[in-house]
Write a protein that binds this ligand. Structure first.
Ligand code: FAD
Length: 494
């Protein structure tokens, strides 16, 4: 371990990823985490003999995690067992159609043919289009430092024009497939970054490539196994993780970050500070007024947030062989769902309901003859239009009623229930307005507006996590740790 210490505020996946890379480079790293356990939005609950992941459930881009372990001279397989999930997701439509999305092209083509024969060719063209997007945009928008005008100018202009970057995702999908079922399925990938397919740029279709071609992975033991594995690796590399330890302020002198004052009053000196806290929250709560001026606070607070989520952890009696590990129940009017979320600021009247059941892959997650349901519904970021404290119980009934329309009369079978609202998420992780994925990706230029991993006003202050480059989602925040660590090492030298 060399040099003065680097302090990281927050042991979310982004914070742990940065800690691992810095410690692997020989730096002394301390992580302060306000909660009792690392992981941030990736968390778990155990009750009444059941176990649930409470945050992320769909893990893609295995190579991002393998790369992180390799950077520390370890093998991912020695820390985590990532099992491929098939079907990727089972989709239920209100008209009775059921489609198992799969990376097996022959199987997918057979199912599409039964819905709309002309879409088999369109679906293959769409996959090729999404793969092209990944090839063109990945190096600039995902896998390296934030895009600069110079790097953008190096993009192959002809290739960029051929992927129609000015279209919305929904428009690009319409150019490839006709079936409303398939359009809805492909549009849903916008929600992987908390966006609307009717507003988000076509370039976000890259997410479809990542899942439909690259596959979905389930970490044996539960998704939380990823957080546990990263924390274990960090500690093996000498990182000190102090849990139950909230930062109250980032200490700034002469425009430079010098350390952190904890809520306990203890002061920790550092040569560099990395905040794994939403950038807006850092400006509202952790930086001094001279830096976090009213204008800067207001500017950040005014940026549209990604959507949030309403979660029900259900201990369910009985087994449901008609369900897969990942299930989606679609409403007939998808556009209305996003109008509710982003225009009216209320939870959807007729929501898409997502149900993940890890006991299908890990039977120990529920008592014999039972299942552990993680139910997730898109919710608007916190605002004046909806009060979760007084309206949660009624909304829960709406979710049960929606499932009943698919023949799943779950409520009488519920042995245990716990709701997690956007208010809970904001309180437990510092997520601004309870957003799941940081800032909104609903506008084409948002990839350029996202706060940089280096703070522009304070030297020695860096950001990792969903609100900074390259964005939200577990693989993305893991990559943000790589970007921030690279910047810290470049700035500190030696
Ligand atoms: C319900 C839900 C479902 C999701 N589904 C998926 C999915 O299927 N796939 C996917 O890839 N992603 C999903 N996500 C998103 C994914 O979980 C996040 O993008 C990612 O985990 C965020 O990581 P992060 O590095 O930004 O840190 P966060 O998880 O935001 O962690 C920040 C950490 O900082 C700590 N902290 C905050 N303030 C302080 C302070 N003052 N002092 C000390 N510590 C502090 C917090 O306690 C927290 O531990 C989901 C999220 C949720 C909530």
């Amino acid at each position: 371990m060399t040099g003065e210490q680097i302090l990281i505020i927050g042991a979310g996946i982004g914070g742990l990823s940065a800690a691992i890379r810095l410690a692997a480079a020989g730096r002394r790293v301390t992580v302060v985490e306000q909660n009792r356990a690392p992981g941030g939005k990736m968390s778990e609950v155990r009750a009444a003999g059941f176990r649930w992941d409470t945050g992320p459930s769909v893990i893609t881009m295995r190579h991002v995690f393998a790369d992180l372990f390799a950077a520390a001279g370890r093998r991912l397989d020695d820390y985590l067992t990532l099992l491929p999930v098939e079907p990727l997701t089972r989709y239920f439509y209100r008209d009775g159609v059921v489609l198992d999305a799969t990376s097996n092209l022959a199987d997918m083509a057979r199912q599409i043919e039964a819905i709309e024969p002309r879409d088999v060719e369109g679906y293959l063209r769409f996959l090729a289009y999404a793969a092209r997007l990944h090839r063109i945009t990945g190096p600039v928008f995902v896998y390296d430092e934030p895009p600069t005008p110079a790097r953008l100018l190096r993009l192959p202009l002809w290739d960029v024009l051929r992927v129609d970057p000015w279209l919305t995702m929904a428009q690009a999908i319409r150019r490839h497939v006709r079936s409303p079922h398939l359009r809805q399925l492909l549009g849903r990938f916008a929600t992987y970054v908390g966006a609307s397919p009717y507003q988000a740029p076509a370039t976000l279709s890259v997410i479809a490539h990542v899942e439909l071609t690259g596959g979905v992975w389930y970490p044996q033991g539960g998704v939380y196994a990823i957080a546990a594995a990263l924390a274990r690796l960090a500690q093996e590399l000498g990182v000190e993780i102090r849990t139950g330890c909230a930062a109250a302020a980032i200490d700034v002198r002469n425009g430079r970050a010098h350390g952190v004052t904890l809520a306990s009053g203890e002061q920790l000196a550092a040569r560099a500070v990395i905040a794994n806290v939403d950038v807006t929250t850092v400006y509202q709560r952790l930086l001094p007024d001279a830096i976090a001026t009213p204008a800067r606070r207001q500017r950040l607070a005014a940026v549209e947030s990604s959507c949030s989520g309403y979660v029900l952890l259900l201990g369910v009696e009985g087994e449901h062989p008609q369900l897969a590990h990942h299930n989606i129940f679609f409403p007939p009017d998808y556009r209305r769902e996003f109008d509710d979320l982003f225009r009216r600021g209320v939870p959807p009247d007729d929501p898409t309901v997502y149900v993940a059941i890890t006991s299908k892959s890990d039977p120990g997650h529920a008592p014999a003859g039972c299942e552990n349901w993680f139910v997730l519904v898109n919710a608007p970021p916190l605002g004046k239009e909806f009060d979760w404290a007084s309206q949660e119980a009624a909304y829960r009934q709406r979710v049960f009623a929606t499932l009943k329309r698919y023949g799943l009369d779950i409520e009488p079978k519920v042995r245990y229930a716990q709701a997690l609202t956007p208010v809970d998420l904001a309180a437990s992780t510092g997520a601004w307005r309870g957003a799941l994925y940081g800032f909104s990706s609903n506008q084409a230029l948002n990839a350029f507006r996202r706060p940089h991993n280096r703070d522009p006003h304070v030297a020695g202050l860096y950001y990792v996590g969903g609100t900074t480059h390259p964005g939200g989602g577990v693989p993305m925040v893991t990559l943000s740790g790589k970007v921030a660590a690279k910047m810290v090492l470049a700035d500190l030298g030696g």
